[in-house]
Design a protein around this ligand. Structure first.
Ligand code: IMP
Length: 435
């Protein structure tokens, strides 16, 4: 049985968490393959709201084994807090398995992230300041501390002392940050180790065994395609690989198991942090979309920049991920606009119009949007239960996106609840109906 990858098709915050939550019940394993507590998922189950940063959204399905793979960077403080909160609400967490190869985000990573952003001033990336970049940098430089180091207190102590002896100098002399106390960090980390140890496992082996038994794996991407370290809008990206290819690397299984790659895109577009955003809306529409869509970060509370759906970016996402289907979320947010705009191409300096994502950063930085205006609809969509019952203009919008992106739309989100995810029909799936 197959592996399915869920990937953000935009700049993150596409509503992947809810889609994973809906699909998790059909899978034996749900596994996060990259990112860390920079992510933020809000899932509504009945009247109960859950916010996760590190835990896979599948954790709400009691039968599901949830994995944090080797490609995830784990802040033990955040993870322990999330486990405590869930258990405090009577939700079981014993299905969580953490790869021993995953790297830890430790206090100095957060401090370096924050201090670097301050130093960069106007040039800052606008990171979530959760220590993600510095933790991945240590991983690449082979000086990181991994989850498996938590299992041996002596090694853990030695590694923290060694890491701090190097970082202290940078923090004090480069960034002017006060001294860090190794003993208190060790004591705190040992306490987290006691709590997390029962969850540590060989997750690559678990996945291989489950796939061999014919069970199914749902790989949960965090952030989105345009934030990919290698293929996104560098340097305004995160430090991992959210694209589908990252799933095999981050979890340790082969691409031959992957049968579907599901891209999740909002019916419009948002971006958090700095960087170019060709289809960014004018101030009135920007603020209307933000208020209606509740576009404030789950992790940082920052207001997200809002704009219109960018088909150039979506086609790029289809290409680099090999999307087999598209889930269009938050269609309800577009209700009430007389007209809805979509960006179909970019006009580059000099006047050339392109419909492929520019390979060169300067072209992207100076791209202006070529918009097409589509008919809007006024009706709220909250109570719509079938795609067939959407207002004609809303259905036409979904079908237009499927056609223009070249990817069948399989699910449409019209609200925050689990039951507000509609299965698309033949027009929007272009004939390729989902199981
Ligand atoms: P970092 O991942 O904290 O290093 O931040 C790098 C960039 O990725 C910044 O522009 C962040 O706003 C963005 N980013 C990181 N995580 C998310 C996310 O979950 N949603 C949206 N943007 C994100």
């Amino acid at each position: 049985m197959p592996a399915t990858i869920i990937v953000g098709a935009q700049w993150g915050d596409e509503g992947k968490g809810k889609i994973v939550d809906v699909l998790a019940e059909r899978h034996t394993l749900v596994a996060r393959y990259q990112g860390g507590s920079n992510a933020g998922h809000t899932v509504l189950v009945g009247a109960e709201e859950f916010k996760f940063h590190l835990l896979p959204s599948g954790i709400l399905s009691p039968e599901t084994v949830c994995i944090l793979g080797a490609g995830v960077v784990i802040d033990p403080e955040v993870l322990v807090r999330e486990l405590d909160e869930l258990e405090g609400r009577g939700r079981p967490t014993n299905g969580l398995r953490i790869s021993g190869n995953a790297h830890l985000v430790l206090p100095w990573h957060r401090l370096i992230d924050q201090a670097t952003e301050v130093r960069l001033g106007d040039l800052q990336i606008g990171t979530t300041r959760r220590g993600i970049g510095p933790a991945y940098a240590d991983r690449a430089a082979r000086v990181g501390i991994r989850v498996q180091d938590l299992l041996d207190r002596k090694i853990l102590r030695e590694k923290i002392i060694a890491a701090l002896s190097v970082k202290k100098d940078t923090l004090q002399h480069v960034f002017g940050v006060a001294d860090l106390d190794a003993e208190s960090i060790i004591a705190q980390t040992v306490a987290y180790a006691d709590r997390l140890e029962p969850h540590v496992a060989d997750t690559s082996l678990l996945i291989a065994q489950a796939l061999a038994r014919g069970e199914s794996l749902l790989c949960e991407g965090a952030q989105g395609t345009l934030l990919d370290l290698d293929h996104g809008t560098y340097p305004f990206v995160t430090s991992s690989n959210p694209i589908a290819g990252g799933a095999c690397v981050g979890l340790g299984f082969g691409p031959t198991h992957v049968t579907s790659v599901v891209g999740v895109a909002k019916a419009y577009l948002t971006r958090v942090g700095a960087g170019p955003f060709p289809s960014e809306a004018d101030p009135d529409d920007d603020s209307a979309l933000r208020v209606k869509g509740g576009e404030f970060g789950t992790t940082t509370g920052r207001a997200r920049r809002c704009g219109w759906l960018d088909l150039v970016g979506l086609r790029f996402a289809a290409r680099v991920n090999g999307l087999t289907e598209l889930v269009l979320t938050k269609l309800d947010v577009l209700s009430g606009f007389d007209h809805v705009r979509v960006c179909t191409a970019y006009r580059l300096p000099g006047g050339r119009v392109v419909d492929e994502f520019p390979a060169h950063q300067s072209d992207f930085h100076h791209a202006s949007p070529v918009f097409e205006t589509l008919e809007g609809w006024q009706e709220p969509l909250d109570d719509v239960t079938r795609v067939e019952d959407l207002p004609a203009a809303a259905r036409a919008y979904v079908a237009y996106v499927a056609g223009a992106s070249g990817v069948p739309v399989s699910l449409v989100g019209v609200g925050q609840r689990r039951d507000q995810v509609l299965v698309a029909d033949a027009a929007t799936t272009c004939g390729a109906l989902v199981a």
